[in-house]
Design a protein around this ligand. Structure first.
Ligand code: C2E
Ligand code: MG
Ligand code: MG
Ligand code: MG
Length: 284
């Protein structure tokens, strides 16, 4: 799987070793999940208004840390821990913590938003809507400052019930984001029949766009469509100045996220970057 889909490799000792290591790690992650989320932390990546070169929000990204392995990104464990009962509690913990951490920026900029990734386990939980209400009431921030990101792991296309929940959230004013658009999970239905305020164009699709005329044509039409539907477009995975310039020049892109600006980081580091980038007041 690591070398892509539809590939096979011959068995060797290293495969056994690495899959055994992976199993051991998963075992430890799940043990920590069930032990008050021990070792779990949240890092934040800035979301930029590229035209104003200013941070306008942040995405909360989960990490797991232990003394031997260091800090581990969710790609290697999220699918597995999602199936655990305790994952629902962890998800609410993430939303609460992320909102708490975002308050200082909301105080400075009432439009600042905190974006949190959702998963199927939350959306399928009957308590989710009322838990979300309580979290927002207790946190005392407006609904609009919370963005919820939907990825393929939410399986929204497979359930009318989840669509109804999205509509309810949308109507309350929580802002909804379709994540990773342009990856495998990109039904046109998502654009035309689901409420969303912003569409994030997938890093996978964006990667080599400057070299592919067909990708450029496709993206041109998609971005046009998103803008006509009155939704915002955000480009993920901006890793270089050249790529950024390509999007600004060719697609008049306003919102972006990526390593070029910053990798995800702990709150104190995020704050430093925020103060540096947002120190200059906006020209009127
Ligand atoms: P995502 O929501 O699409 O988040 C963006 C991912 O792309 C993050 O990976 C981020 O570190 C990475 N990224 C951002 N900019 C760049 C770039 O310029 N280049 C490259 N190569 N990568 C970039 P991360 O943190 O490993 O998260 C992976 C996925 O795991 C997320 O994708 C999201 O779907 C899921 N995830 C992360 N945190 C949570 C969470 O708290 N709850 C749930 N349910 N899922 C989460
Ligand atoms: Mg996301
Ligand atoms: Mg994404
Ligand atoms: Mg993703």
């Amino acid at each position: 799987k690591n070398s892509g889909s539809d590939k096979f490799v011959y068995y060797n000792e290293n495969i056994l070793l690495s899959s055994r290591r992976q199993q051991e790690m998963l075992y430890d992650v799940i043990r920590c999940l069930n032990d008050n989320y021990r070792g779990f932390l949240i890092v934040y990546q800035p979301i930029m208004n590229v035209k104003e070169n200013r941070i306008i929000g942040m995405e909360a990204l989960l990490r797991w840390q232990d003394s031997q392995r260091g800090t581990i990104a969710p790609g290697s464990f999220i699918d597995q821990i999602e199936k655990e009962v305790a994952f629902y509690g962890l998800s609410n913990w993430i939303i609460k913590r992320a909102i708490e951490d975002s308050k200082e920026f909301i105080r400075k900029d009432p439009d600042f938003f905190i974006s949190v990734n959702l998963s199927q386990a939350q959306l399928h939980n009957d308590r989710f809507m009322s838990d979300l209400d309580s979290i927002l009431k207790e946190a005392d921030i407006p609904y609009k400052n919370l963005n919820l990101e939907f990825t393929k792991r939410c399986r929204i296309l497979e359930s009318e019930e989840i669509k109804d929940k999205m509509i309810t959230m949308f109507n309350k004013g929580v802002r909804l984001v379709i994540d990773d658009y342009g990856s495998s999970y990109s039904s046109l239905n998502l654009l035309s029949n689901y409420p969303a305020d912003r569409i994030k164009i997938s890093r996978e699709f964006v990667k080599d766009i400057d070299k592919s005329k067909t990708k450029q044509i496709t993206l041109n039409a998609i971005i046009d469509c998103i803008k006509q539907l009155d939704k915002e477009v955000c480009i993920e995975g901006i890793e270089s100045e050249e790529l950024l310039k390509f999007f600004v020049d060719n697609y008049d892109i306003r919102y972006a996220q990526g390593y070029y600006y910053s990798k995800p980081m702990v709150l104190t580091k995020f704050r430093e970057l925020y103060e540096k980038m947002n120190a200059v007041p906006l020209r009127s």
